[in-house]
Design a protein around this ligand. Sequence first.
Ligand SMILES: [Zn+2]
Length: 548
Amino acid sequence: MKRSLIFIFLLTILLGCARLTEVQKLPVVPFPSNVETTEGSFLLNAQTQIAYHFENKEEGRIANYLGEKLRASTGFPFQFVNIEDTKGNCISFNHIKDEQLGKEGYELTINPNNVMIEANGDAGFFYGVQTLLQILPPEIFSPTKVNGVNWSLPCLHIRDYPKYKWRGMHFDVVRHFFPKEFIKTYLDILAMHKINVFHWHLTDDQGWRIEIKKYPKLTSVGAWRVDREYQDWTHRDPPKPGEKAAYGGYYTQEDIKEIVEYAKERFITIVPEIEMPAHSLAALASYPQFSCTGGPFNVAVGSYWPITNIFCAGNDSTFIFLQNVLDEVIKLFPGRYIHVGGDEANKTEWEKCPKCQARIKSEHLKDEAELQSYFMKRIEKYLISKGKKLIGWDEILEGGLAPEATVMSWRGMNGGIEAARSGHDVVMTPTDYCYFDYYQGDPETEPPAIGGNLPLKKVYSFEPIPEDSLTEEQYKHILGGQANLWTEYVPTPSHAEYMLLPRLAALAEDVWTPSELKNYKSFLFRVNELVKKYETLGWNYCKTNLDD
Ligand SMILES: [Zn+2]
């Protein structure tokens, strides 16, 4: 009897401890670095104004963005007013100088009389607005007017800035092609989660998706494959002679400019990926002279393994071709980084190719691994001459890393740790935590996926810097983390949303929120609020992990 009483007593204490505080229930993802709740609430109504310094363009731009969102769902006018002329009942923007907040941080203060967003510049204002919108009822995300909602905000003070500067999400538009309009939706999803890098996987064995004016066959030939959508990805019949290649698509340079601009308005930098030397069959189907054998090749209809047909490293015209391609890519994408892949190159053809072997000799290279290193160093030199930085998958470590290369560590974290120790920048994206093409629940009940198992809770346990692995100086080379969505088994936009959400919410918290504030129970509570917003926005999501 006594023992069971003690047990009940302890259980009560435990349950009490596990109860979430009001702050932990604040429906904001990623959770802010600092939240203090205060008394009272602020109510949006037909008289609420948006105030800013009319001479400040950055404030004005974001004030306008907020105004559009609020007007659509509430139906209130939200007139703009110069900040000197306001007498309360307003949402105001205020430019400040605060070193700790950095480029992306902000302060949000909600009083009974007004709401204030303060930041150093427009990225901070934008994230302050994202937080404000999430604190409002989910209906605020409705594109049309919603009646009968109490548009109330709890009084509080938030001071918030990100843990990492690289908060990335990748998307493969090769294995399946996704239209321009969906890329914009994808960017909207990223922006809501304060993700600031969109890694756009544009070329691979199964398609070339970016218009290059100098090489029109890259899209007239390379963007299309024979349709085998009715067969499983790994068991597809090869194309028959003369069969029409009808599945695919590509983005024109005008499309790309539109998407780059759309991303910029949401403070997202696009990192385009042009794969080399492997994952290049679509390019070689278009221009077989840049392979070792001369082809001919077909754009792969499904799984293609091992990846033997790769760019010839002994042929100077291959490099001229790639430099010309990169010239057009560089003009389209204003960000600093160009991703050049570098992964999964099978060197069988290089071993047999007289030109590649001659290159190994003339450059005094030890083997084909060093030939790949030569390839990457040559491309890096070119990118640097154009003011860009090379980033590649961790295979670029093999045979020697290009001098200024940034490594994207996907085969676990060891490649990233090794690179950081040798003074290179790193983005962590290990398969075990970051591959959103993996199942998120029981394969019996989930839609088909590539394999693996990556439930929400596991994504939430990801830390881009493994404990005790690096010195303080080396830490600084870990730019952040990223998740990847490969699309072999993701044929539609709605399915892409399903694989992305809500796992992106967990990733967002991994790369934004201070580790000591991460709490899975709190996260789960807030994610259940967040999915109501997804629903209002018409975004599909996985419900499998929302109960525990
Ligand atoms: Zn060759």
